[in-house]
Design a protein around this ligand. Structure first.
Ligand SMILES: *[C@@H]1O[C@H](CO)[C@@H](O)[C@H](O)[C@H]1NC(C)=O
Ligand SMILES: *[C@@H]1O[C@H](CO)[C@@H](O)[C@H](O)[C@H]1NC(C)=O
Ligand SMILES: *[C@@H]1O[C@H](CO)[C@@H](O)[C@H](O)[C@H]1NC(C)=O
Ligand SMILES: *[C@@H]1O[C@H](CO)[C@@H](O)[C@H](O)[C@H]1NC(C)=O
Ligand SMILES: *[C@@H]1O[C@H](CO)[C@@H](O)[C@H](O)[C@H]1NC(C)=O
Ligand SMILES: *[C@@H]1O[C@H](CO)[C@@H](O)[C@H](O)[C@H]1NC(C)=O
Ligand SMILES: *[C@@H]1O[C@H](CO)[C@@H](O)[C@H](O)[C@H]1NC(C)=O
Ligand SMILES: *[C@@H]1O[C@H](CO)[C@@H](O)[C@H](O)[C@H]1NC(C)=O
Length: 412
């Protein structure tokens, strides 16, 4: 471990805390350690209620985030303390950052969910992006206006000029200013959304993070309660995708959870096979039988051009002459989550839909229990010929330096 400076004796308790942190990485012990420190007056704090893969601990002049997905502890030191100028950690287990971050950059290449920063009101400090693969109209506008520049990832000194560089990928080798942000590692929609607290800590925006998460959670639970208490027969839903002649049903927990919370039943509960090869007659037969039990299909098939993916593309891929028993077709309930897309490649499904799951839930409820008077955000019904919305900088209608408000869906 590289300890780049020495602690002053006045921070003895901090030193003890850090040594404990360094040596012992079990959550239980950490909780014990932080409880054992004297009660100190700290500012606004965030408590993790639902997320499984990160924890936050508060000291007097510093905070620690423990991220179990990348195995790192982030030591965040307030910029107005002596410790900030004297201490720097950059080891495989601990990294230190001075907060609030003066500026930051993001690695956009792998669908970075930048909407979390928008909800916090942190876009003003975003200075660099590694590509324009972003689904946010306001980040595109900042880029167009020259307030955010592109960084060449192959040039380390370009990345090093930011106080933090956020990445959504835990596999990379990481220079000292890299911080991983991985809400998609969680198994349930609200758990993913709660990662707003993780970012809030870097900007002393705990209050804002708590407020956004509480609003989203309340709305999500209200919508879910109304949908799951419907007395009608619960529709059966399948998430499925086609690749190289094989159809697969998803097993991703957060998707199955969305269906349950929307008052639906997952087809997966009743089948034990996941993939069906359309060239094998037995598979085809069984796949056909399963599809006959499904009321709502969510077609996740990858396409390089969502604009031209239609119901006929789907029918071409299922390769079945006789479609008479498919309720999802006769009832026109065939959906895709690529309604909002930037430059044909970047789906807002991997961005806005992660930070605001209440909107996804509202979409799925509309798919399962159609009212006809709710405009979906992320889902489009290709059985009804619904097309895509192409995201561009001209769609940014708000002042990006001000926090974006979460959208609250009407719910009794
Ligand atoms: C807590 O947050 C509120 C609202 O953002 C702010 O006015 C207040 O100064 C914060 N308190 C501390 C101690 O940071
Ligand atoms: C600490 O951060 C705040 C907010 O960004 C800034 O106004 C202040 O100048 C910084 N203080 C120091 C000592 O860097
Ligand atoms: C990025 O940097 C690498 C290495 O210096 C260079 O070869 C490449 O041309 C640069 N790419 C762009 C788009 O400037
Ligand atoms: C980012 O902030 C750091 C201070 O933390 C400063 O040294 C650096 O020049 C800033 N970089 C940019 C690109 O604004
Ligand atoms: C599907 O089955 C055909 C015929 O058995 C086989 O040639 C093909 O490799 C299989 N496809 C996949 C992706 O397994
Ligand atoms: C079609 O959807 C309606 C609700 O929109 C439902 O009442 C009906 O049972 C569905 N029909 C079939 C065949 O699934
Ligand atoms: C759109 O995508 C193409 C192909 O990936 C790329 O060459 C082009 O630069 C992108 N345009 C923008 C504005 O991002
Ligand atoms: C749905 O969107 C259309 C087109 O923007 C608009 O005319 C309509 O009023 C919207 N409906 C609802 C219920 O918001």
């Amino acid at each position: 471990m590289y300890l780049l400076s020495h602690f002053s004796s006045s921070s003895l308790y901090l030193q003890i805390f850090l040594v404990l942190l360094w040596c012992i990485h079990t959550l239980e012990f950490l909780e014990l350690a932080s409880a054992a420190t004297p009660k100190v007056k700290v500012g606004n704090i965030s408590k993790v209620e639902d997320a499984a893969y990160f924890r936050i601990y508060y000291g007097q002049t510093f905070k620690v985030i423990k991220n179990t997905l990348d195995g790192k502890s982030y030591l965040l030191i307030q910029n107005n303390t002596r410790m900030a100028s004297r201490t720097k950690y950059c080891t495989s287990r601990i990294k230190s950052f001075v907060i609030p971050l003066a500026n930051y950059s993001i690695e956009a290449d792998y669908y970075f969910p930048v909407s979390f920063f928008e909800l916090l009101g942190m876009l003003g400090n975003l200075k660099g992006i590694t590509s324009t693969y972003v689904a946010s109209q306001c980040v595109l506008k900042l880029y167009q206006d020259g307030q955010v520049e592109t960084i060449n990832k192959s040039e380390p000194q370009q990345l090093a000029q930011y106080a933090a560089h956020f990445i959504a990928n835990t596999d990379e080798t990481q220079p000292c200013n890299f911080a991983t942000f991985v809400p998609i590692g969680e198994d349930a929609p609200l758990q993913r959304a709660e990662w707003i607290k993780y970012l809030g800590v870097f900007a002393n925006l705990e209050n804002r993070a708590n407020q956004v998460y509480d609003a989203i959670k309340e709305n999500y639970l209200c919508l879910s309660k109304a949908a799951t208490s419907k007395t009608s027969v619960k529709p059966t839903v399948s998430w499925m995708d086609h690749k190289d002649g094989v159809w697969s049903f998803t097993r991703e927990p957060y998707k199955l959870k969305f269906v349950e919370d929307a008052g639906g039943v997952n087809v997966d509960d009743s089948i034990n096979k996941v993939t069906y090869n359309m060239s094998i007659p037995d598979d085809l037969e069984e796949f056909h039988a399963i599809l006959c039990t499904v009321d709502v299909v969510i077609d996740e098939t990858y396409t390089s051009d969502p604009a031209v993916y239609s119901a006929s593309t789907f029918l071409g891929n299922i390769n079945l002459e006789d479609q008479s028993c498919f309720a999802f077709l006769s009832n026109q309930s065939l959906w895709r989550y690529d309604k909002r897309v930037q430059n044909s490649t970047v789906l807002d499904w991997y961005d806005g839909a992660v930070s605001q799951p209440q909107l996804v839930l509202a979409d799925i409820i509309e798919a399962l229990y159609p009212t006809g008077n709710y405009n979906t955000t992320y889902f489009r019904n290709i059985a009804k010929g619904e097309g895509i919305i192409s995201i561009g900088p001209e769609m940014c209608e708000r002042d990006s330096s001000i926090a974006m408000e979460p959208t609250v869906v009407a719910c009794q």
